[in-house]
Design a protein around this ligand. Structure first.
Ligand SMILES: Nc1ncnc2c1ncn2[C@@H]1O[C@H](COP(=O)(O)OP(=O)(O)O)[C@@H](O)[C@H]1O
Ligand SMILES: [Mg+2]
Length: 267
């Protein structure tokens, strides 16, 4: 029997920390390792969809229609560098549309069921908030990857994210936890940046990935061409960083919240 996909949410309520960039480039790097990858755009700003050249204005049905139960997810998947379930601006209305629905926090989990065994990884790109869309991602996921900018101030926001995750664990998905912290826009030449990563390692230990994603303009250039940095400049530094991250993600145990054997037994 085919195994179900590992579902990983990319979350951080701060904007501009590289959630979308990481969703796409980690996805492409995992695909290059032979995995079947689906990435889901849960942000009404549609950055993930647009970064793959999808015309979101002309989008008939997107994640809004999937979450509200109008369309099966298989019907909206667009095959690009990786498979993408796109979103348009109407997704901004999903929180309101779902607010009175029973099981509103499980809409995504439910929607993913029919495609779970078709992929090895399903990556969830979330908006910069801890609202219902991000909670849906935390409920559907086995783990959360948190990209963080190497700044003291961005570390403080992690307490709030952990608080939300704790509530999700208590009420909705006991197994979900942070599986990896990814330092992004890393500049090892500044003391502040090195200290910020040190503080992360003090709180999160080996859940901080060894990979550091440095700063380069390539990350802004590639989406304009509708490609990942991995296709844009395959031999460049940016591509290498994300290939290294993909190897770390692939090597990490499935779900750290439950020990391996337990998780298999629970499945
Ligand atoms: N490592 C990086 N170095 C420089 N710019 C980056 C890097 N990662 C992402 N960016 C740029 O920063 C902006 C925000 O990234 P994005 O992935 O959209 O963040 P988020 O999804 O968390 O809001 C984008 O313009 C992106 O191209
Ligand atoms: Mg984004």
């Amino acid at each position: 029997m085919p195994r179900d996909a590992r579902i990983l949410a990319l979350a951080n309520q701060k904007g501009g920390v590289a959630k979308t960039t990481t969703t796409l480039n980690l996805g492409v790097a995992l695909k290059d390792m032979g995995a079947r990858v689906l990435a889901i755009d849960l942000d009404p700003q549609s950055n993930l969809s647009m970064s793959q050249g999808i015309d979101v204005e002309g989008l008939g049905h997107g994640m809004y229609h999937v979450l509200t139960g109008a369309t099966p997810i298989a019907d909206i998947i667009d095959v690009r560098e990786i498979d993408i379930a796109p979103a348009g601006i109407e997704l901004a209305g999903a929180e309101l549309a779902l607010s009175a629905a029973i099981g509103r926090e499980r809409s995504l989990e439910r929607a993913l069921r029919p495609v779970r065994d078709l992929y090895d990884y399903i990556l969830l790109d979330t908006p910069p908030s801890l609202g219902l869309l991000t909670i849906n991602a935390m409920v559907a996921a086995e783990g959360v990857i948190v990209p963080v900018q190497c700044e003291y101030l961005s570390l403080r926001g992690l307490a709030q994210l952990r608080g939300t995750l704790q509530q999700v664990r208590e009420n909705l998905n006991p197994a979900v936890d942070i599986v990896g912290i990814l330092p992004t826009m890393y500049d090892g030449r500044t003391v502040h940046c090195r200290e910020a990563v040190q503080m992360l390692e003090e709180s999160f230990g080996d859940r901080v990935y060894r990979t550091r994603i440095g700063k380069t303009i390539r990350f802004a250039e590639a989406p304009v061409e509708g490609t990942s940095v991995i296709r844009y400049e395959p031999q460049g530094q940016a591509a290498r960083w994300y290939r290294q991250l993909a190897r770390e993600v692939a090597a990490s145990p499935v779900g750290v919240a439950l020990p391996g054997g337990l998780r298999e037994a629970a499945a």
